[in-house]
Design a protein around this ligand. Structure first.
Ligand SMILES: Cc1cc2nc3c(=O)[nH]c(=O)nc-3n(C[C@H](O)[C@H](O)[C@H](O)COP(=O)(O)OP(=O)(O)OC[C@H]3O[C@@H](n4cnc5c(N)ncnc54)[C@H](O)[C@@H]3O)c2cc1C
Length: 397
């Protein structure tokens, strides 16, 4: 019976960055990554906006604020070191009315507290740098960038394998026993390890249950629908263009993103999905759905955000509604420009009282550490999250 020093569940960017960091911090230790899909980064890491966030939005003092700022730098360094293309585009947050301008100034206070560089632009300066964008004012965030997180993941995987680690795909974890070591039952047989780290994204709460704990949150899947603009509109904007978010809502709003491959996408919105991997509106998973419907937190969330929930649903079903949100700051996007593009599903941790768990969350088991909540900007923050996990593992081992 082979016993690995470390087993990592999850072949997304957080699991792979963690596995690589464990190998670096504990040289000579054996390690296996277990991923249920046939290929890596099949879920959130492979279905996102590709933004290297600067850290504008996050509560000062939170792990998100700290890790995002560090991750912005470390992600770019990693890409430069390994010839992974990325662009230092900067981004624009555009205010289109007085209320948004007021909210923008509150965000700026947060940026100052988080040590994020910003420049305020008036209407004319905005027009000068983005002639197709309209607003009464804007904030330029120079440190934002764009990258393909799947390329980063595959580079991490190469490094893991070169350092003697194993990556087992098509290997779904279905049960975990923690005694003097960890026994993991998978669709490809049993694995034994001295210590387990789980980075299972949309299934993090189920892994917490497998180690015998009762999570005080549930993962709700929020589908984010995107569209791609036609090639001739690729140069419509040269920076990611974001609306000013409503501070009461957990998502950032539909934005225009010049992707690292040169294409231009718009999205994502945020609608509750009927399956954890509900990439299409028609996908229903009865177990996931029943679990959600039996969770009191869902009803409290819907009551709290009743109007925005209905609006998101309407705009998801009625494309002109979605378009209106984009046209508010970029009137030259038309209905016929909205070409289908794959959606993403966010893992949003929700407490039973209906509050969204905002910050990154880690749960300790007897011989394990589980990433409970790693929403956006966890792709940007993957390297600092991995460092944090490794330091915790050193304490717990
Ligand atoms: C629409 C959208 C837009 C986003 N935009 C950005 C952005 O621009 N910038 C940014 O920084 N972040 C963004 N994010 C967030 C970011 O993508 C995620 O926070 C990040 O990818 C999380 O990585 P992860 O490795 O934790 O999860 P995932 O990438 O979801 O990986 C988890 C892996 O665990 C595997 N797994 C689950 N259960 C099991 C099991 N039982 N056995 C074996 N394997 C299992 C899954 O198959 C999966 O591959 C966005 C997310 C979404 C959905």
């Amino acid at each position: 019976m082979k016993t690995y020093d470390f087993i990592v569940i999850g072949g997304g960017i957080v699991g792979l960055a963690t596995a690589r960091q464990l190998q670096q911090q504990f040289p000579g230790f054996s390690l296996a990554v277990l991923e249920k899909e046939q290929y890596l980064s099949a879920h959130q890491t492979g279905h996102n906006s590709g933004i290297i966030h600067a850290g504008v939005y996050y509560s000062p003092g939170s792990l998100k604020a700290k890790f995002c700022k560090e991750g912005n730098q470390l992600t770019k360094e990693f890409c430069s070191e390994h010839n992974i293309p990325f662009k230092n585009t900067g981004k624009l947050l555009v205010a289109t009315d007085e209320l948004e301008l007021e909210r923008m100034h509150k965000l700026l206070e947060r940026c100052t507290k988080n040590g994020i560089k910003t420049e305020i632009l008036d209407k004319n300066q905005l027009q000068e740098i983005e002639p197709n964008v309209v607003g009464i004012g804007a904030t330029f965030v120079p440190d934002t960038g764009v990258v393909d997180y799947v390329r980063i993941s595959y580079k991490l995987a190469d490094q893991i394998i070169s350092a003697g680690g194993e990556i087992h795909t098509g290997c779904k974890v279905v049960a975990i026993k923690e005694e003097h070591h960890v026994e993991i039952t998978t669709s490809r047989g049993n694995f034994f390890g001295n210590f387990l780290v789980s980075c299972a994204g949309l299934y993090s709460d189920r892994i917490v249950k497998m180690i015998g704990q009762k999570p005080d949150f549930k993962i709700l899947p929020f589908r984010g629908e995107y569209f791609q603009l036609p090639v001739e509109k690729n140069n419509l904007v040269s920076h990611p263009i974001y609306p000013i978010p409503n501070p009461e809502l957990p998502f950032l709003g539909i934005h225009l993103t010049p992707m690292s491959d040169g294409s231009l996408t718009v999205g994502p919105n945020a609608t509750l999905a009927t399956a954890r991997e509900g990439y299409s509106r028609f996908k229903v998973n009865l177990t996931d759905l029943a679990e959600m419907l039996l969770y009191p937190g869902l009803y409290k969330l819907v009551l709290k955000y009743f109007k925005p929930t209905l609006c998101e649903l309407k705009n998801s079903l009625y494309r002109p509604g979605y378009l209106k949100l984009v046209q508010k700051y970029c009137p030259n996007v038309t209905l016929s420009d909205l070409h289908p593009y794959p959606a993403g599903v966010r893992a949003q941790a929700l407490c039973s009282d209906g509050t969204n768990l905002d910050d990154f969350l880690f749960i300790e088991g007897r011989r394990s550490l589980i990433v409970g909540n790693a929403p956006s900007p966890a792709a940007t923050s993957a390297i600092p999250i991995a460092n944090y996990i490794c330091n915790k593992v050193a304490e717990l081992k």
